[in-house]
Design a binder for this molecule. Structure first.
Ligand code: ADP
Length: 567
């Protein structure tokens, strides 16, 4: 028995059984290590010594009996002997005149007899979609839950599933003890890491153990062990980079979250000094010195809203923030949360929230947060109700005071957000992103040409030195890129590279940059309206006047300057 494993979930479930609350217990786990733990518990623990039979049903293996083996629980297929009263045709089926029971409906019938006549545990696992009309599964659970004979015999039905609501409706869940099971606790992970290292002969000091424990948070025991083994096979070590990569692959399979190591830092962001300063002062410094914040009774920032037009660096800032505070960067895949299957969207959201919570503290990035919609007065159809459910779940999470995930939401259309999002307390700070002013454009171009000390972008081969190109950009390029977004400036550099490549040159020249800028088509009139609208948005939604002034000052476009000086 792996005695280091946490047993509280088992005890919690069995305690309820003892108190006769209900003999039907659903453990929400599909972790093979947890299931093994459960089977060993049923077969070996003194609390279960009165049990005479342990049955297990799995749709693939059919019904079987669990017995103690020298190396752990053993599954023996259950064969029902066919008595004299059985019709001749079925008696002819096999030489030992017995049949295996495979179909759920027949299994439930068979179990019904056992559980009412002798102390029996019946474990059901791996049920995916259960067609109630064909099986009567939920009806059986409800009937057993209140049957006095089952209670009197001390029989117990254990259902194992990742999520009770997948296989039981709301009515049936009322009859069942539902026990959520933690994927892995800190202590369990630490212990698995130590044991696996011991078995494989990997040498670890306590810093390395702690680092691995943090990296593998949010995963279940089986996943933790698999990642350790795979990392060992690839690198003969528990390599942090390999483990992170494997974890993000695993999380990605959930389709609702994506974990990435933050790629960029503030050094990769050109301009936007007012926002950098603000974020540094009110967010990074506070997160880095939580004791000091606590001393003043200040809460840690847990929700940020970045708003402004596309391509102005909102995602980049969120990513850089994660790297500045050294937290994982989790992307909530909003588009995958909404499912065409009724009932699944709410479930997806629930999974996403619970996984993100388990991996926190982390930066949880929610792009286009406005997609969660609004709270509408009356939900008309079921699909509408489902959308509302997802919206409310998210809102509830956003407002939860004990949340450790720092949510960074972005939107291009803050005016479409539900008022509840904008109300004080939901987001600690709302930060406006405007189109870059001249100085910011210069810096962004320099960043993308690779001239940022300590940044991640590689240097573009140029025919001139840093100072020369800076001057050229300032005089020739910056003036003809008014109203460009940051993304378009990045694209401009890419186009200049293409021109140089096309001309078969070794270097990009200032001319190439100028050609790229001049041929870059932007609908001027439309863009002007967008720029104005985004200024108005910033004024409407930013509640810190000094900050707003400095953002506006920094990103004032030339047109505004002209207007201001009356030209
Ligand atoms: P948004 O989230 O606002 O739509 P992104 O953060 O996705 O914008 O930025 C779009 C592209 O522009 C990215 O490739 C990003 O690296 C680049 N970019 C945005 N802002 C800056 C900046 N201030 N400095 C350098 N590159 C930037």
């Amino acid at each position: 028995m792996e005695d280091y494993l946490d047993r509280s979930w088992l005890e919690k479930g069995m305690m309820k059984r003892k108190s006769n609350y209900s003999p039907v217990i659903c453990f929400e786990t599909v972790d093979p290590k947890r299931i093994y733990q459960l089977k060993t518990f049923i077969l070996n623990s003194p609390e279960m010594s009165h049990i005479e039979n342990v049955f297990l049903y799995d749709p693939w293996d059919g019904l079987g009996m669990l017995r103690k083996g020298s190396e752990g629980p053993v599954f023996e297929p259950y064969r029902k002997r066919i008595g004299a009263s059985t019709p001749v045709t079925s008696r002819l089926r096999g030489p030992d005149s017995s049949v295996e029971i495979q179909a759920l409906k027949a299994v439930l019938k068979e179990m019904d007899g056992y559980m009412k006549s002798s102390p029996t545990v019946f474990v059901v696992q791996n049920l995916s979609e259960v067609r109630e009309a064909d099986t009567g599964f939920q009806a059986a659970l409800r009937a057993w839950a209140i049957d006095p004979r089952i209670l009197a015999k001390g029989s117990t039905i254990v259902v194992l599933t990742s999520d009770a609501s997948k296989i039981m409706d709301e009515f049936t869940r009322e009859f069942v003890v539902i026990v959520p099971v933690d994927p892995s606790s800190q202590d369990e992970r630490r212990e698995i890491i130590k044991r696996t290292a011991g078995e494989l002969g990997v040498s670890l000091d306590s810093t390395k153990i702690e680092a691995a424990r943090v990296t593998l948070s949010g995963l279940n025991l089986h996943q933790v062990e698999s990642i350790l083994l795979e990392s060992y096979h690839r690198a003969k070590d528990f390599d942090p980079d390999i483990m992170k990569e494997l974890k993000s692959e695993m999380v990605k399979r959930s389709k609702v979250l994506e974990v990435r190591d933050p790629q960029f830092s503030f050094k990769d962001i050109g301009g936007y000094h007012a926002i950098k300063e603000f974020v540094q002062k009110y967010i990074i410094n506070v997160l880095k010195r939580p004791e000091k914040a606590r001393h003043f009774g200040l809460g840690l920032p847990k929700g940020l809203l970045f708003f402004g037009p596309p391509g102005t660096g909102k995602s980049l800032f969120a990513n850089a923030l994660a790297s500045e505070v050294q937290l994982p960067f989790i992307n909530l895949l909003t588009e995958n949360i909404y499912s065409k299957w009724l009932g699944e969207s709410g479930q997806n959201m629930k999974n996403a929230i619970s996984m993100a919570d388990k991996m926190s503290p982390a930066i949880v990035f929610v792009d286009e947060i406005d997609r969660f919609g609004k709270r509408s007065g009356a939900a008309t159809g079921s699909a509408e109700e489902e959308t509302q459910r997802v919206f409310s779940q998210f809102l509830e999470w956003l407002g939860r005071p004990d949340r450790e995930a720092i949510i960074v939401g972005t939107t291009n259309v803050p005016e479409h957000l539900d008022d509840a999002f904008l109300r004080a307390g939901r987001f600690d700070y709302k930060i406006p992103f405007l189109y870059p002013g001249p100085q910011a454009r210069l810096e962004i171009l320099m960043v993308h040409l690779g001239f940022q000390a300590g940044g991640r972008r590689s240097r573009v081969p140029l025919d001139q030195g840093e100072e020369e190109i800076r001057r050229y950009l300032e005089e020739a390029i910056v003036p003809c890129t008014t109203n460009f977004s940051c993304a378009e400036l990045e694209e401009l550099v890419t186009r200049a590279k293409r021109i140089a490549f096309d001309k078969d040159r070794e270097f990009v020249t200032g001319e190439d940059l100028l050609t790229a800028a001049k041929t870059f088509r932007i609908d001027g009139a439309h863009r002007k309206r967008v720029v104005e609208a985004c200024m108005a948005q910033a004024r409407r939604f930013t509640d810190d006047q000094v900050f707003l002034d400095s953002v506006e000052q920094e990103n004032r476009l030339e047109g505004d300057l002209e207007a201001a000086s009356g030209i």
